[in-house]
Ligand binder design. Sequence first.
Ligand SMILES: Cc1cc2nc3c(=O)[nH]c(=O)nc-3n(C[C@H](O)[C@H](O)[C@H](O)COP(=O)(O)OP(=O)(O)OC[C@H]3O[C@@H](n4cnc5c(N)ncnc54)[C@H](O)[C@@H]3O)c2cc1C
Length: 424
Amino acid sequence: MRSVELPYRPDILVAGGGTAGCAAAIAAARRGHRVLLIEEANALGGVSTSGGVNEWFAGLDGLGDIWSRLMADLERFGARFGRFYNPEYAKIVWQLMAEEAGVDLLFHASVFDAEVLTSRIIRVGGAAASHRFQVPANVFVDATGEGDLSWLAGAEVMQGHPETGCTLHMSLTFILQDTGSPVLPYLPPGMTPIDGQDELPGLHGGLRLADGRVYCNMTKVMGKDPTDPVSLSDAEREARRQLVRIVDYLQRTRFPTYALCSSGARIGIREGRRVVGDYLITEEQITGNAPRAVTDGIAVATCQIDFHSLTKPGHGGWRQRVEPYSIPYRAMTVKHLRNLLVAGKCISGDQVAQSSYRMTPTCCAMGQAAGTAAALAVEARVTDVRDIDIDVLQADLARGGMELDPAQHVAFSPELTPDPDKGA
Ligand SMILES: Cc1cc2nc3c(=O)[nH]c(=O)nc-3n(C[C@H](O)[C@H](O)[C@H](O)COP(=O)(O)OP(=O)(O)OC[C@H]3O[C@@H](n4cnc5c(N)ncnc54)[C@H](O)[C@@H]3O)c2cc1C
């Protein structure tokens, strides 16, 4: 492969431009730092845009000004409907916000290597447009969703159920659009028709949104490994075969005038690697009587446990309301690495806790915290992100609209109605 010299010398490099990565890059760049955001796809927002997710699960207030700005700009575009939104507009909003903050964006670029010296990442290697590249930086943020950068740098990771290794299922989301006249359902030969709700592979949705689109988070691919190349590819194939059958069923039943309009640019991964940090957020901590606040809290999670069954179709799992709880800074500092922070769904926690804090609004708050912390590390010239002043970080986040006291947040648990569509 040929190499290319990129024109970037960032202070802070953010790997992955999903919700957490966007918020991290924006938070760091608006303090005047040179920030490079490297993203595999052709747009920002990750699962919450390219992945086709249209919904937010969490309380929406007190999550920081980056989150508030996202919601407000979507509103201006007429693309927000309560806790639903049109992800095509979210791609635009994220990009404009990142450009305004001065973030350098590198799309179509995949990070696949990390050079580490004395527990510090010196540079990352990647590829874009058939060119290999290397970029050095001072501080790194892993917001790849699957903990790619941490794993490449040799960090310890966890994945899936502690006994079986099974991760939460993957889903290829899709959108139906009303054509105004009856459509002719067609199921290719060899495909088994779905003849009732009970035969659906995943959630029973088909949610008609305020803009007329029907959002379907209905495929369910279990038992595949999102971090294994062959398994991930097989998951995409299985999901699309499910999609054909589900569309045929929906056209024969609830949506006889609707055509398939689009599907996620890639299958949605709920859970991949979880990076081992200095602190592990656990099921016991978020369900028990442990204090909801911790001294180094940098964001608050409010969503229920949304643990889909790992083996059964439908939701088939369990949901449990949890009282709002702090995400500790230590869950974002990576064991044995000094200049790396992790943000988003791949921070340090067990599988059940992850099913609660993995939600988009929470990932945004974590991203703002990680980007601000990375900026503080550069400003204070510390060689270890653990050495920043947590009080200063928390004060900065509070000034940026983040409510860090869990008691001021409201628990979010739509499962309290028995509606099978209420899963994320
Ligand atoms: C089907 C589905 C439905 C969901 N429903 C809801 C819901 O209703 N409400 C809700 O709040 N949440 C929901 N979620 C969860 C939520 O959307 C995600 O957990 C959250 O958006 C994750 O954000 P993130 O930034 O941590 O990761 P991601 O969005 O996964 O972002 C990671 C980014 O990193 C990029 N990347 C990965 N590896 C590399 C690499 N090596 N180099 C460069 N770039 C890389 C990816 O392309 C991606 O853009 C759902 C998730 C799924 C899968």
